[in-house]
Design a protein around this ligand. Structure first.
Ligand code: FAD
Length: 484
């Protein structure tokens, strides 16, 4: 009899333990995707993630078709949907790969118990992590709140298993009915996704292409290049990893074989860069570890002192909307927010800068930034997004201290000295000489006129004074420190 492989965020055929287990011994496989966004609790996928999902499911469906299988798409409550699929097909086993978001842990536990009670063979597997959250423990059996010791402990464990190949797949004798993908309405009603289409190729093939390009062209200079928003100095694997179009074991193995082929004499720095890159994969693991042990991490500060932070009043969300639209008048912040809106991704250095600006210079709650990222990022991930925002806010695990307020002008001068990134996302500022692009309000009037820029008309005045707002943030922080 057939086995159901319930696809979720593991939209790939290779190194997919649930698929391999379902297909064992030549058993027919029924691959299914069930659309039930309401089951994600408060964190149903945002608009950019839905766009991604649509295209990723298209790619998965074609990849399965090449093996003679039809991806069955259904929409509705998951348990009931699985039960009716079992009734329709006579399947005797169900396999899936584990998710670690709190709402899914609860749901999946319930589904497993219910199906087992019906006598089905039900198994979950690990496709998403090198080390599942409960496998890394402190000396006293607790969880880690700092990255370095977490990663050291993870590295002491055995190397990750080798990735599995795509299994041989056999189709069931008859194919159950499937809802057309379009009926899930994942694509936006008004098409804002041109920039996403131009930037990304969702799906397993696109993921492997990114990895190959990164290892062939970029990894050697990753250690230094990863901080430069104008260059493609990082892998851009994040949305692929989030959707599970590629898994960390595959990334790990590809890095190891890249190192094995390298000649240290002709590629100085490769080893350091590769280690650094793997440690970023480690941050992803750490984010899952923290979320698993602190299920309210997406909503509440890990450091409870921050629960009483005196945030700024923002009637009608005007300050927030100005930040979201990339109209703050601070070029690096605006460039980042425009990159995000246009491509669904933002460079990590700039994520830290726009985050610091929101939480500190504007003194708006980190949860507001987290929610905007959730809606607009193609890599929106509950674990990594919460970790990133609590890091920025100074309230999280291994966070930046609150008093570290990024100065977006200095950050721009340091990491985008030619103003190339600014010019790409704010073309009007590209008319200014490079040295004035990070702080146009400081440029002499003659320079602005020569570039045809009137501040307040062609580009906004800064919405806050960076120095005064920094002081206000530090004063607010000392208030919560005192309340200890
Ligand atoms: P690379 O530098 O090539 O790194 C390789 C992989 O490591 C990434 O694909 C990602 O999976 C992982 N990684 C790298 N840095 C981090 C990190 N700091 N935390 C967790 N994982 C990391 N990342 C997300 O995947 N989803 C999010 O929703 C997300 N939200 C963020 C919010 C804020 C405020 C901040 C500061 C960071 C956030 N990050 C998030 C982390 C990081 O910015 C992205 O993972 C990274 O920019 C993705 O680009 P890349 O794939 O080229 O990264």
């Amino acid at each position: 009899s057939a086995a159901i492989c319930w696809f979720r965020r593991d939209l790939r055929l290779a190194d997919n333990p649930a698929l391999s287990a379902a297909a064992r011994d030549g058993r027919p496989v029924i691959p299914v995707y069930i659309h039930a966004p309401g089951e994600a609790g408060d964190w149903a996928p945002g608009a950019a993630s839905q766009w991604w999902l649509h295209h990723s499911l298209t790619a998965l469906s074609s990849a399965l078709a090449e093996h003679g299988l039809t991806l069955i798409i259904r929409s509705g409550e998951t348990l009931a949907t699985l039960e009716s699929l079992i009734d329709e097909t006579g399947a005797e086993a169900v396999h899936w790969n584990r998710l670690y978001d709190p709402a899914f842990i609860e749901r999946d536990k319930h589904i497993k118990q219910s199906l087992q009670a019906r006598g089905l063979s039900v198994h979950s597997h690990n496709a998403a992590l090198l080390h599942e959250p409960w496998t890394i423990k402190t000396g006293t059996g607790g969880d880690y709140k700092a990255f370095t010791p977490f990663w050291r402990a993870a590295r002491r464990q055995a190397d990750p298993d080798a990735p599995m190949p795509t299994p041989a797949l056999t189709a069931p004798i008859s194919t159950p009915a499937s809802t057309p993908l379009a009926a899930l309405n994942l694509l936006p009603a008004t098409d804002w996704a041109a920039g996403l289409r131009a930037t990304w190729q969702p799906g397993e093939a696109g993921a492997h292409q990114r990895l190959t390009t990164f290892l062939d062209e970029t990894v050697t200079a990753y250690e230094s290049g990863r901080d430069w928003p104008a260059v493609e100095g990082t892998s851009r694997l994040s949305p692929h990893l989030h959707a599970g179009e590629i898994g960390p074991r595959q990334v790990w193995q590809a890095v190891q074989s890249r190192l094995a082929r390298s000649n240290p004499a002709t590629e100085p720095g490769l080893l350091e860069s590769a280690e650094r890159f793997l440690s970023e994969i480690g941050w992803r693991e750490f984010a899952h570890h923290v979320l698993f042990h602190h299920p309210d991490f997406p909503d509440y500060p890990l450091n409870p002192r921050f629960a009483d932070f005196p945030w700024q009043d923002d009637p009608d969300d005007q300050l927030l909307a100005t930040w979201q639209r990339g109209e703050t008048g601070i070029p690096l912040v605006d460039a980042g927010m425009r990159e995000l809106y246009s491509t669904g991704w933002m460079h990590n250095r700039v994520r830290m800068v726009v985050g610091s600006f929101l939480v500190k210079n504007l003194r708006l709650p980190w949860q507001a930034g987290e929610a905007w990222f959730w809606d607009t990022l193609v890599d929106a991930d509950l674990a990594s997004n919460s970790l990133g925002w609590q890091w920025v806010a100074g309230s999280g695990a291994d966070a930046a201290p609150y008093f570290r307020v990024f100065n977006p002008v200095r950050q721009g001068e340091r990491f985008d000295p030619e103003g190339t990134y600014i010019a790409r996302w704010i073309p009007e500022l590209g008319r200014l000489p490079a040295k004035h692009r990070q702080a146009p309000w400081e440029a002499p009037q003659a320079v602005l006129s020569a570039a045809g820029i009137t501040l307040g008309v062609d580009y906004p005045h800064p919405m806050v004074d960076l120095k005064a707002s920094r002081q206000a943030a530090l004063a607010a922080f000392s208030q919560i420190k005192k309340s200890d």
